[in-house]
Design a protein around this ligand. Structure first.
Ligand code: NAD
Ligand SMILES: O=C(O)C(=O)C[C@@H](O)[C@H](O)[C@H](O)COP(=O)(O)O
Ligand code: ZN
Length: 366
């Protein structure tokens, strides 16, 4: 299962022809968040209208808590009242929140209409817009209610990133670095070399990072769309910890990518503690993650605010668990991840979290 990913579609120009080529009608529900609406609405709508689209515009608050059934419920009503039927499709213009919520609505509305993703954050361009995982959060856990609903098209224009705040760039960089850790040592080395150029949005490094990340993700998803073989689960490296942290933060204060940075620090320590990852490779991974900014100490404070036991308890909402036992994605070496099928003793997990806490307390100086 795959979708067409096009990098460099300046603000959706040529969308009409692309839609026709992919059998999509020019009747489109466009969903923004407040920020992407303020920044890009006029350009996007003008382009689509000039190409003959009939549009219904929707907007949600720019926050993680918009990934909720309440938000979806309100938007369904607007769509029903406007007469949106199965001949329509949905276009999500925004970060992972708009993409996940928009995809969730598209997957469920009238039992499913097509979705096109137009990602505007680094995280969305490299990860969330690709692969068809769409979901809302539940107070009992992150992304617990959702579908696999592959986008027909992913239209990426890296120039959207010019307005993205620095904090969001680093949040996106977490998932970019994740691909290096799990799948491609050469990419990891390249990221280490060009880290400052990419986070400063310098070309051609930025577009290259987007291209390589989106292509690694698309490749994994094509081989294991429904996450049944253990391969797609490697995209979840660090996420068992990250989702526990996001839940503890009640989906506020901590960006998903920031939680993933912390989660990968924990996962590196766990990989080492269980004897899979050498000291040298552990240190190399930690050195790279220490280059992430810890804005105004927020990440550090959020991470250190909760006990290791509280984090472990909140990790049990993870969807990879089997028979009430957590399963972890670990590294053997940089570029090689695997899903460990055996049960890991809670004491090992707590030890890894403690080590990660000590590392963050000293490495995160900001
Ligand atoms: N479906 C998946 O495979 C997948 C993968 C990774 C993450 N996710 C989900 O994605 C979400 C996080 O996505 P995110 O990091 O993109 O956050 P986000 O969608 O909240 O966007 C971050 C912030 O940037 C703003 N923004 C977006 N584009 C902008 C631009 N070009 N310029 C200025 N501001 C802009 C948004 O309004 C928001 O305030 C989480 O819910 C996470 O669970 C899903
Ligand atoms: O696409 C995937 O598969 C991923 O795991 C990508 C992750 O970066 C992403 O955060 C995803 O939403 C997590 O999936 P979940 O199944 O753990 O909710
Ligand atoms: Zn993620």
């Amino acid at each position: 299962m795959s979708s067409t990913i096009i990098v460099n579609t300046p603000v959706l120009s040529g969308a009409g022809a692309l839609y026709r080529k992919h059998g999509l009608t020019a009747k489109t529900v466009v969903i923004f968040d407040e920020n992407t609406r303020n920044l890009f609405r006029d350009q996007v709508i003008a382009t689509l209208e000039a190409e003959g689209f009939r549009l219904l515009e929707l907007t949600v608050p720019a926050r993680e808590t918009s990934k909720s059934l309440n938000a979806a419920y309100r938007l369904y009503a607007t769509m029903i009242e406007a007469g949106v039927d199965r001949s329509w499709n949905l276009l999500a213009v925004g970060g992972g929140v708009v993409g996940d919520l928009g995809g969730f609505i598209a997957a469920s509305y009238y039992r499913g209409i097509p979705v096109v993703q137009c990602p505007t954050t680094l995280l969305a361009m490299t990860d969330s817009a690709i692969g068809g995982k769409v979901a809302i959060n539940h107070p009992l856990g992150k992304n617990l209610i959702g579908f696999f609903h592959m986008p027909e098209l992913v239209l990426i224009d890296p120039s959207f990133l010019r307005t993205l705040p620095e904090r969001e760039i680093f949040a996106g960089m977490a998932e970019v670095v994740k691909y290096g850790f799990i799948a491609d040592r050469t990419f990891l080395d390249w990221l280490e070399e060009h880290f400052d150029r990419i986070t400063a949005l310098k070309e051609p490094f930025l577009t290259e990072a987007v291209r390589r990340s989106s292509s690694i993700k698309a490749d994994v998803v094509e081989k294991d769309f429904r996450e049944t073989t253990g391969l797609r689960a490697t995209l979840n490296f660090g996420h068992t910890f990250a989702h526990g942290l996001e839940k503890l933060a009640e989906y506020r204060y901590l960006r998903h990518g920031e939680a993933v940075t912390l989660g990968m620090i924990c996962a590196l320590w766990l990989s080492n503690g269980l004897g899979y990852l050498s000291e040298k490779d552990l240190q190399g991974g930690l050195d790279l993650l220490a280059r992430f900014r810890f804005p105004k100490g927020v990440i550090k404070r959020r991470f250190l605010a909760h006990s290791s036991e509280a984090l472990l308890e909140n990790m049990f909402s993870d969807k990879k668990k089997l028979d009430s036992k957590l399963r972890f994605v670990l590294l053997k070496k940089p570029g090689e991840a695997f899903l460990l099928e055996e049960n890991v003793d809670d004491r090992e997990v707590l030890k890894a979290i403690e080590r990660a806490r000590a590392f963050v307390a000293t490495a995160a100086k900001h």
